[in-house]
Design a protein around this ligand. Structure first.
Ligand code: PHB
Length: 400
């Protein structure tokens, strides 16, 4: 364990690509991810995604050698990530920063990257208005509105939910996901009976008292955002334990609550859940099937990528593009220019960086959890094609 951590946290020369001759410029990339504690599983997913891209695309970095300098952000609180970013900018003199699972960590670091003029390629943190905090932020993951807003309309129009209760983890992306769903749902004529904050992102709370309240309120739909991982498993277990499915309350949310890596740890009552998201390992496209196959070959037959893994993979594709587009002399302005409008045929489908917002444009898919071939899996039952962040598109709240 210690050895593994030392390896992760040390300075890793990822590869000397192609030729690496005397004039090959070395590009330093600071990677800020949770590598310890309950969220270490997220850091591992994103690392694996990044490494798989690098392994498969040795020529993608042109004549450049890239050096990944990894730092453990540990918690979602912002302070540790901010210190790491400070050190990466001032001492390591990184050319770019990437990673960032938790919104507060990206938010706390934003003033430093503006001051230091260091681009940040966000691989997860989903609060919609984050890119407005610095002109050097670009995001390859999603915003909470990519899922929450279309889910609102879908719940009313396709799932027949006239009433809903919202449960959310009480920190910025949770509040953002709550607002996204409520906006979409109410716009379609739905009524939100109650929005319940359900603890913070660090400790998985006992969800029972919150869910009991929802059971008594008897909404048609129960929309939940929690930050994936162990929180998501606990959500579905509590829903099952309280027999909520039998009462007709539909469990819905963003795909964070049906994360591929956690699906098999969930009880069979997960079948029937409807979520909206931009990725599942179960997508039956040639690009994704090849990606999943390569992932299993690299990391083991019993492993699977999930939405964080694909973000690490695509994020590294974005970084490779930014490097080769500038060939030789990397600047913050050059990186931002190269990424504006960048488009890629990802395992999740087509993705593009909106040059106006520096946020991603991608399909939002409606996922149904089914039990098939002896396991829980995701079936795509509908698609909202090429969605631009609805929070910015509709100029809502802090997205104005
Ligand atoms: C976030 O902090 O922005 C975040 C974390 C985990 C998720 C989604 C968003 O699953």
């Amino acid at each position: 364990m210690m050895e593994y951590r030392k390896l992760l946290l040390g300075t890793i020369v990822a590869l000397g690509v192609a030729m690496g001759g005397a004039d090959a410029a070395k590009i330093k990339i600071g990677v800020v991810l949770p590598y310890s504690g309950g969220a270490a599983q997220f850091g591992e997913q994103i690392d694996r995604g990044m490494n798989l891209f690098i392994k498969q695309h040795k020529a993608a970095f042109g004549r450049h050698e890239i050096e990944l300098i990894k730092r453990d952000s540990k918690r979602p609180g912002g302070d540790i990530a901010k210190n790491a970013v400070q050190e990466l900018i001032t001492r390591q003199k990184v050319d770019m920063l990437t990673g960032f699972v938790f919104s507060p960590n990206a938010m706390a670091s934003a003033p430093l990257i503006t001051q230091g003029k260091v681009p940040m390629v966000i691989m997860n943190a989903g609060t919609a208005w984050i890119p407005s905090l610095s002109p050097y932020i670009v995001r390859v993951s999603f915003t909470m509105w990519h899922a929450g807003y279309p889910m609102g309309g879908y719940a009313m129009n396709k799932l027949g939910c006239k009433t809903a209760v919202i449960g959310y983890t009480n920190y910025p992306p949770g509040k953002d996901s709550r607002n996204a769903f409520a906006t979409g749902f109410e716009k379609s004529g739905g009524k939100v009976l109650e929005a319940i904050p359900m603890g913070g992102p660090r400790q998985v709370p006992d969800f029972t008292p919150f869910f009991q309240r929802v059971k008594n309120a008897k909404p048609d739909c129960f929309y939940i955002f929690v930050p994936a991982g162990n929180h998501a498993v606990a959500v579905v277990k509590t829903y099952a334990n309280l027999g909520m499915g039998a009462t007709g309350i539909k469990l819905i949310g963003p795909g964070d609550i049906t994360q591929d890596t956690k699906l098999q740890s969930m009880p069979k009552e997960a079948a029937g859940m409807i979520t909206v998201h931009h990725y599942s390992a179960d997508y039956k496209t040639p690009v994704n099937m090849a990606f999943v196959k390569a992932w299993k070959e690299a990391y083991g037959a019993d492993t699977t990528p999930d939405f964080m893994g694909v973000a690490g993979y695509d994020g590294m594709a974005a970084i490779a593009h930014a490097i080769t587009a500038q060939d030789g002399s990397i600047s913050a302005a050059g990186t931002m220019k190269a990424l504006a409008g960048w488009s890629y045929n990802s395992p999740r489908g087509k993705i593009t960086i909106d040059p106006k917002t520096r946020d991603i444009i991608q399909d939002s898919n409606v996922h149904k959890v089914v039990f098939k071939d002896g396991r829980l899996m995701i079936e795509v039952i509908d698609t909202f094609p090429q969605v631009k962040d609805p929070c910015k598109a509709n100029q809502i709240g802090k997205c104005k």
